[in-house]
Design a protein around this ligand. Structure first.
Ligand code: GRF
Length: 216
């Protein structure tokens, strides 16, 4: 089995990137993390990736006149490393339609909410303000519209009355680290197929226990 050469794009601490690197250490994992790219030169995640012996590249967006110029520079780096799949993991730049088109069906993002609810920023604050009892995280294919695109995996988290954005966000992040490697494996192995904007799995798993919040 050839493992899909995967790049992770980050802007900060890179905890999701670390979860992907950890999963891909297992030789049977269908993707290898071949490159970590950041638009922020001193992103903490780059230090970790370097220490792991992974190729890294910082591409400072401020050095480019337009969004597309930046995206073309990133594209050049991805091509130079023979990248086949891209995972956005806390990458805080909007990508141009041109770049998204280059990676259609081959680029994933993780979002800290149960899409299509709470697109955009401050998802935990907004979920708390709305009083929802279940919140979570989503891994989806990237399309030109932000925080949209076929959903590969989701994890739900019960919201507690005494939650703050920090406590809720921490429980969601724990689940992000579970579902991102799972989603990447499904896509890299070819088990996930997109039909009419929905993702279907070659082998649909039996659903786990339902989550009720408040539980009994
Ligand atoms: C995560 O919450 C992710 O869902 C969002 O940005 C955050 C990145 O965290 N897109 P990290 O850099 O992976 O730790």
């Amino acid at each position: 089995m050839s493992r899909k050469r995967t790049a992770v794009l980050i802007s900060g601490r890179g905890s999701n990137m670390r979860s992907l690197v950890a999963a891909a250490r297992v030789l049977e994992f269908p993707a290898e993390i071949a490159l970590v790219v950041s638009n922020v030169a001193d992103a903490a995640g780059l230090v970790f990736a370097r220490a792991e012996g992974i190729a890294t590249k910082a591409v400072d967006h401020r050095a480019f006149a337009s969004r597309e110029d930046f995206d073309r520079a990133v594209q050049g780096v991805l091509e130079a490393h023979g990248i086949e799949l891209v995972c956005l993991a806390g990458f805080m730049r909007l990508l141009s339609p041109w770049f998204v088109e280059q990676w259609r069906g081959r680029m994933l993002n993780i979002h800290p909410a149960l899409l299509p609810s709470y697109r955009g920023l401050h998802t935990h604050e907004r979920a708390l303000a709305d009083g929802v009892k279940i919140h979570g995280a989503t891994v989806h294919f990237v399309v030109p519209e932000v925080d949209a695109g076929p959903i590969v995996a989701q994890a739900a988290v019960a919201v507690r009355g005494d939650d703050t954005a920090e406590t809720l966000g921490a429980r969601v992040l724990e689940q992000e680290h579970v579902i991102y490697p799972r989603a990447l494996a499904l896509v890299a192995s070819g088990a996930a197929r997109v039909v009419d904007g929905r993702v279907f799995l070659a082998d649909e798993p039996t659903p786990g226990a339902a989550l009720a919040s408040p539980g009994v």
